[in-house]
Design a protein around this ligand. Sequence first.
Ligand SMILES: Nc1nc2c(ncn2[C@@H]2O[C@H](COP(=O)(O)OP(=O)(O)OP(=O)(O)O)[C@@H](O)[C@H]2O)c(=O)[nH]1
Ligand SMILES: [Mg+2]
Length: 385
Amino acid sequence: MKGKLEEPVISAPKLDMKMAAEVERTLSPGADGGRQFDMDDFDILDAEQGADARSLELKGHVGFDSLPDQLVNKSVSGGFCFNILCVGETGVGKSTLMDTLFNTQFEDEPAAHDVPGVHLKSKTYEIQESNVRLKLNIVYTVGFGDQINKEDSYKPIVEYIDQQFENYLQEELKIKRGLHMYHDTRVHACLYFITPTGHSLKSLDLVTMKKLDSKVNIIPIIAKADTISKNELHKFKIKIMSELVSNGVQIYQFPTDDETVAELNATMNGHLPFAVVGSTDEVKVGNKMVRARVYPWGTVQVENENHCDFVKLREMLVRTNMEDLRETTHTRHYELFRRCRLEEMGFVDDDSDNKPFSLHETYEAKRVEHLNDSLNVLTCVSQPT
Ligand SMILES: Nc1nc2c(ncn2[C@@H]2O[C@H](COP(=O)(O)OP(=O)(O)OP(=O)(O)O)[C@@H](O)[C@H]2O)c(=O)[nH]1
Ligand SMILES: [Mg+2]
């Protein structure tokens, strides 16, 4: 479900307050001598419609049309979490872009260029806009692209993503699980910062994105886009997309199945990779203060769509598709991880005769296997040599 509710099976007519009070009087037990409902109170529309559900029409207001509001209120009071992973070479503009995106100062120290290997650093922030609280986890790569031998650079990133899935799975498998309280750190979006060479992707980029594409939603962006000319940028974007396609790298596609955002998302898919500029410095342009980078020859405005794609990125990542990114992480990437891990642990859904296998039987089989193993070990140890 993306921002739109499914068609209700039973349709309740909209009532004004007077009518609602009238309905309440008529239907409440005791108001008219303790009248009870029975099936005759409902018009059966089509008993055969649907496999095992009949569509009925309500004769008055019941109130479950407030369910969407209840859901919204509950979600808002619980707050939301969103986790971003920024992958990119040292100094490519990761921290500046995050500050620009969320219009705040996350206070992230620049990394050194001489670290022996790649590692990740993660920090969680609580931010609030109107009455919506967001627990934002930002993870940065440190030392990415700095080593002479970059063969294993992708490994710590893959391990980090898997570890977050594993933590969630362990919580899910607990008898006393507390998923509603659990701080979910699974990565919802991976912003892949492409160095603005204007030439092509590096093999490090292709290898890393390929290793990550089944684990995380990758959104490729060209960093420091103010350093390439308009013409070069256009060609660079085409080159990057064709290299991703020819190497079979799956990047995140903004969803087009929800008609309210289908057109916008389809257009934005055509603008990938977004060419972004980051800056928190404010400059006066006309009579307005805007965030920009000032050069001897002119000013690059971060939020001017003629200057860069920052607004497009913010629109897609934060304002339109944040929920889809969270949902895709759970239903596609985590599901794949979970399936592989459970199979690895010996769980199966069906036995050899395609009959459903119960969790209890799996545990029992595992227990017997474990006992046999222990017995074998004991026998080996107790046998005289
Ligand atoms: N020209 C240009 N410079 C930028 C842009 N964004 C950031 N910078 C500059 O690039 C330098 C590094 O930016 P950071 O945001 O610290 O880069 P980083 O990727 O977080 O660096 P590390 O955390 O040290 O890996 C700073 O001097 C920024 O001002 C941009 O869009 N265009
Ligand atoms: Mg940084």
